[in-house]
Design a protein around this ligand. Structure first.
Ligand SMILES: [Zn+2]
Length: 233
């Protein structure tokens, strides 16, 4: 019935391309971050200090800056109003550390200003994470039960929310980095060349989101090729 499950599935190439893009992007981010982690900022500020200063200068006093273990695990948690900075950012005085800290502050500022793509992203998240978990089980159930296309289409439809989530993530991430570079430049936390270095670090970080979105689109494309146009029964 479904030869794809027994032999080589050519559409699997799409998944492999997505995986290679994601791996390549994360390799670029890691090497760029490592490189500029060795460049100490002239201000001598740590990532945490820079974050605190940026938040305060944006009039944000209800977001706390905390340490989180791990590598590049930095994030802003809008629910808890906590900015978590990783080992190589929180207590480090490198230009890369300050750049990442400022990027996370960019998200806190987006939150403060109710930036529309961020609100959209938060709204889509539950459906997207449910959709990416339930899509394949629904599709397989649709096949096993030999039912009409309904279950299969429902699976593909739900998966498309995971793709939408990845796409909405792009403006959120690009905007946070743009805000970060602008603030670091204007506030004098970074000087001269340091701003350009930060752009490189954050530009590399943005690649992972672009690769993530591309991988999600390729997965959706694969689902559509495999199951989208089938008209049996
Ligand atoms: Zn971000």
């Amino acid at each position: 019935m479904y030869p794809y499950f027994y032999g080589f599935d050519p559409t699997y190439m799409l998944i492999i391309i997505g995986a290679v893009l994601s791996l390549g992007a994360s390799a670029v981010v890691n090497s760029t971050f490592r490189k500029y982690s060795r460049v100490r900022s002239l201000s001598g500020m740590t990532g945490a200090q820079a974050a605190q200063r940026i938040l305060n200068s944006a009039g944000i006093y209800d977001v706390s800056v905390q340490h989180i273990s791990g590598n590049l695990t930095d994030h802003y948690d809008p629910g808890a109003k906590v900015l978590r900075l990783s080992d190589s950012v929180y207590g480090k005085t490198s230009v890369a550390a300050i750049g990442v800290a400022a990027h996370e502050c960019g998200h806190a500022i987006q939150h403060q200003h109710s930036y529309v793509p961020l609100r959209l992203r938060t709204a889509i998240f539950p459906v997207a994470s449910f959709g990416s978990k339930i899509a394949w089980p629904l599709i397989l159930l649709g096949i096993i039960l030999s039912m009409s296309q309904t279950l299969i289409y429902a699976g593909i439809f739900l998966f498309s929310f995971a793709v939408l989530f990845q796409l909405v993530t792009l403006p959120v991430e690009f905007n946070a980095s743009r805000r970060a570079v602008k603030i670091l430049d204007e506030s004098g936390i970074l000087y001269g060349d340091e701003v350009g270095i930060t752009k490189k670090v954050l530009g590399a970080a943005a690649l992972t989101y672009v690769a993530g979105a591309a991988a999600a689109i390729l997965q959706l494309l694969r689902l559509l090729i495999l199951f989208g146009g089938r008209n049996r029964d």
